[in-house]
Design a protein. Sequence first.
Length: 188
Amino acid sequence: MKKSTKGLAIFLGCVVGTLLIIAIGITSVYVWLVEEPKITSEEFASHDWLERSSDSYLVPESNGDFKYYKSKDDLDDYYYTGTYEFYCGEDAVNYVVDELSDYKYGLTRYDIDDYIDVHSSEGYRKNRFVCLVLKNEQCIIEGENTFTDTVITPYYGFYLEDPYKEGLELTNMREGSSYYFLIQEKED
């Protein structure tokens, strides 16, 4: 009787240990797939971004500066310069809901969660939710700065990893207009 009890204890210990390893594995995969941001500020800055319908061209730098050109074909005129902030995942949700609440854009945590739930079959997840804030300090038109004050333009949306159109699907929170920025290799 003692031998079978010892064998049962070993068997149960193996079962519990196996279940624990499986639970840790599932948790790790869940965190990687659902919670970890899919794009970081560093990754955002390591690429240029071409808007697919207007051919406008966003060039972020790792130091937080950017240039946003009206057209990729003209990098000498018709552009904005300034600084940016980029957030992804829960940080983006918190920034939109908390930091941008003073601007009265009306986007709530419930709105974001509801949108993600409705569009989850299309690949929208909280870890893909992004917020890009452009602090436009200059607007260069015909070689002249036309701005006297900084204009803050926040965008929210999603980072999508479709291999044929990897990019940022963004909505301008000031105007409500939508953009799709395709990821581009940095030009030297």
